[in-house]
Write a protein that binds this ligand. Structure first.
Ligand code: ZN
Length: 437
C-alpha cells in the first residue's frame, strides 16, 4: 500500500487533489486502532505536520478503556473445491471490522451465523464492526449469500487483537489568542469514501490553507477514531477544553447532496449562528437540524459535562442515503467538485469566525452622504458595487455597538463577505470604528 509520496499536487484543482488523496487512502483497512489508521495518519502527515499520539491499550478514558489493537493481514473463504469465494484483498469491507482470527472448516449452517448481508440492497456489501464483542465474521452481498451451496467451507482470518495502542493525529495552529477553533473528523472507517475519507481530505486541505496564515484564533484539527477517539482525547485534554470557543465535526462532504448543519447542544452558540447565516446567504439549498445525542463525535464534545459549542457540518446526514455504510460509498460516490465546494464552504465559515467584529457608526445622525466620502469609488462601479452600497446602509444603520457584522449579515440576508467588504470601505471613509479602539 506504500506509494510514492510526491509529487502529487502539480497542476491540479484542489478538488482533484483531495480526490486523488482519497483514492490513495481508500484501500487501507482502517479501524479504531491499528496499522491502517497509522498509515492514514502518516499520509496526512505528508501534507500537514501532524502530531501523532499513541495511547496504550487499557488506558482509562472516563467510563471507557482503550481497547486492544486490531490488525489484519489476510482473510478469505474457500469453497469445498478450494476456490476463493471471498477475498479481503479485493475489498476490506468483506471482513467484520475487529474480527478475531479463525482458520477452520465449517458447514454452511455454521458459516451463515458469521455472515452479514443487506437483503434490501442485495448487490451491496455492508460495513460492519464488532469492537467490543470478540467474534469473527464476513460481509458479502445478499446475492452471493443466496447462492451459497450446502457444502464445507474453509474460513480464514489472519488478524490479531493484542495489547497495543490507539492512534490519533492532531495539528495545532497558533493564532493571536489562545481561544481555539476545533475541527474534528473521524478516521476509523476502512474502504468508505464519503463517510470518513471526505472528512479527512477536506480537514487536511483546510488545515493546509490555514497553515502559515496570520490567524486571530488558534486552530486545533483532530484526526481521531470515532467515539473512543474523541472520548480518549477529551479525557487527556480536559483541563484545556475551555479554550474551545467554536467547533465543528466534519464528515460526509463528498457526495452530491445539499449541506446539512446540526446545531451544537447549546443551539445558540456563535458557531451555530455562523454556519446558519452562511447557509442562509449562500444561495444553496440546505437543512439545519437541532442537536440530537446520536451521530458522530459531537455526541462526546456536547456531552453535558463538556457542552462545548461544537456543531456538525455534513452533506446528507449519516444513515439517510442508501450508500451509507455499504460498498457503494466508494470512489464513484464522491466527486472532486463536491469536495471542493465543501472546502470552500468551510473556508467561508472560518472567514466569518476570523473577521467578525462589532463596529460603531461615527455619523449616526441620518445617513452620511456616501458619494462625498468617496465610498462609490472604493466599491467600484460594477453591479457588485450596488450590493456593497446596500450592504453599507445595513452596516451603518446597525453598527451601534450592539450588532456584529455577523448579526448584520443574518438580519440583512446579505453574505458576510459582502457585509465585510462594505464595513472595510466604510472604515476607510472614516465612517466606522471598531468598538475596541
Ligand atoms: Zn460511519
Amino acid at each position: 500500500m506504500q506509494e510514492e509520496k510526491q509529487p502529487i499536487f502539480k497542476n491540479k484543482r484542489t478538488g482533484d487533489e483531495m480526490y486523488y488523496f482519497i483514492t490513495r487512502l481508500y484501500p487501507y483497512c482502517r479501524s479504531i486502532t491499528g496499522n491502517g489508521t497509522r498509515q492514514t495518519l502518516a499520509d496526512i502527515s505528508s501534507i500537514i505536520p501532524l502530531a501523532i499520539t499513541e495511547v496504550p491499550t487499557g488506558t482509562k478514558a472516563f467510563d471507557w478503556e482503550v481497547p486492544k489493537e486490531w490488525n489484519i493481514r489476510d482473510a478469505w473463504i474457500k469453497d469445498s473445491n478450494g476456490k476463493k469465494i471471498l477475498d479481503f484483498h479485493q475489498l476490506n469491507l468483506h471482513v467484520l471490522n475487529y474480527s478475531i482470527p479463525v482458520n477452520k472448516q465449517v458447514p454452511l449452517t455454521e458459516l451463515k451465523k458469521h455472515l452479514y448481508t443487506l437483503p434490501d440492497q442485495p448487490e451491496l456489501i455492508p460495513y460492519k464492526t464488532s469492537y467490543y464483542e470478540e467474534k469473527w465474521g464476513f460481509c458479502m452481498s445478499h446475492n452471493q449469500f443466496s447462492q451459497l451451496k450446502d457444502e464445507l467451507y474453509h474460513v480464514y482470518i489472519d488478524s490479531s487483537l493484542e495489547t497495543g495502542s490507539l492512534t490519533y493525529g492532531e495539528l495545532f495552529l497558533k493564532g493571536d489568542t489562545d481561544d481555539e477553533v476545533l475541527i474534528s473528523t473521524h478516521i476509523c472507517h476502512p474502504s468508505l469514501c464519503n463517510d470518513n475519507l471526505s472528512g479527512i481530505a477536506v480537514a487536511t486541505w483546510l488545515a493546509k490553507q490555514l497553515t502559515n496564515q496570520k490567524l486571530r484564533y488558534s486552530y486545533r484539527f483532530l484526526f481521531i477514531p470515532g467515539t473512543i477517539g474523541s472520548i480518549t482525547w477529551l479525557s487527556r485534554n480536559e483541563k484545556d477544553v475551555k479554550k474551545i470557543k467554536h467547533g465543528l465535526v466534519i464528515t460526509l462532504l463528498g457526495d452530491s447532496s445539499d449541506f446539512t448543519y446540526k446545531r451544537s447542544r447549546k443551539g445558540n452558540a456563535l458557531i451555530d449562528k455562523t454556519v446558519e447565516t452562511w447557509l442562509k446567504t449562500s444561495g444553496k439549498s440546505y437543512t439545519i437540524s437541532d442537536f440530537i445525542p446520536y451521530g458522530y463525535d459531537e455526541r462526546q464534545f456536547c456531552s453535558p459535562g463538556f457542552d462545548l459549542p461544537v456543531g456538525c457540518f455534513t452533506r446528507k446526514p449519516f444513515g439517510q442515503f442508501p450508500e451509507y455504510h455499504t460498498s457503494a460509498d466508494n470512489l464513484t460516490f464522491v466527486k472532486p467538485e463536491k469536495l471542493e465546494e465543501s472546502l470552500n464552504a468551510l473556508s467561508d465559515i472560518i472567514e466569518i469566525i476570523e473577521k467578525n467584529e462589532t463596529y460603531i457608526n461615527l455619523n449616526p445622525k441620518c445617513e452620511p452622504q456616501l458619494g462625498k466620502r468617496g465610498l462609490y469609488e472604493k466599491t467600484g462601479g460594477t453591479n457588485d458595487s450596488k450590493i456593497t452600497q446596500l450592504a453599507a446602509l445595513w452596516v451603518l444603520n446597525y453598527s451601534d455597538g450592539t450588532n456584529s457584522l455577523l448579526d448584520i449579515a443574518s438580519r440583512s440576508g446579505l453574505p458576510f463577505s459582502t457585509i465585510l467588504k462594505a464595513a472595510e470601505a466604510l472604515k476607510e471613509c472614516k465612517l466606522l470604528k471598531n468598538d475596541r479602539n
